[in-house]
Write a protein that binds this ligand. Sequence first.
Ligand code: DLZ
Length: 156
Amino acid sequence: MPETIQGKLDGSGLKVGIVASRFNDFLTKQLIDGALDALTRHGTKDGDIKIVRVPGSFEIPYAAKILASSKKYDALICLGVIIRGDTPHYQHISSEVTKGIAAISLETGIPVIYGVLTVENIEQGIERCGTKSGNRGWDAAINAIEMVNLYKQIKV
Ligand code: DLZ
């Protein structure tokens, strides 16, 4: 039987940064609440969590890069809501944010979790921010805890 390594869902002792956009704030706030709920219910202390707000999702990678480079955090959680509109903004912003977040994680070696919703309309956003499709902020926080603990196990 091959050995399987998985990160534990124990958030105690972790220092976590949350980078969240203010655009579509009525939804982003719900993602932040979901992430905080998941972190604290899995043992992370309030005092070990820092929330940094940026204007829109496009700015998330810049702030996340600074936090990741500070080496003060075990993981970062990036939260935002990008809703498709009548202009090509949606495509440009979502592809830049996705690439940016992935690059930071690879460059810095800490988990930088992608909790940015890209949805067609407000209804789809509401569904993913604490109603019928769960809360992506909660999911992102759980992913962060799991990845920190996984890295601890697989790093030489
Ligand atoms: C400009 C803009 C638009 C049209 N849509 C969104 C969105 O749906 N979600 C989001 O997080 N941000 C949006 N923004 C703002 C950009 O992310 C960015 O803040 C501005 O273009 C300034 O750089």
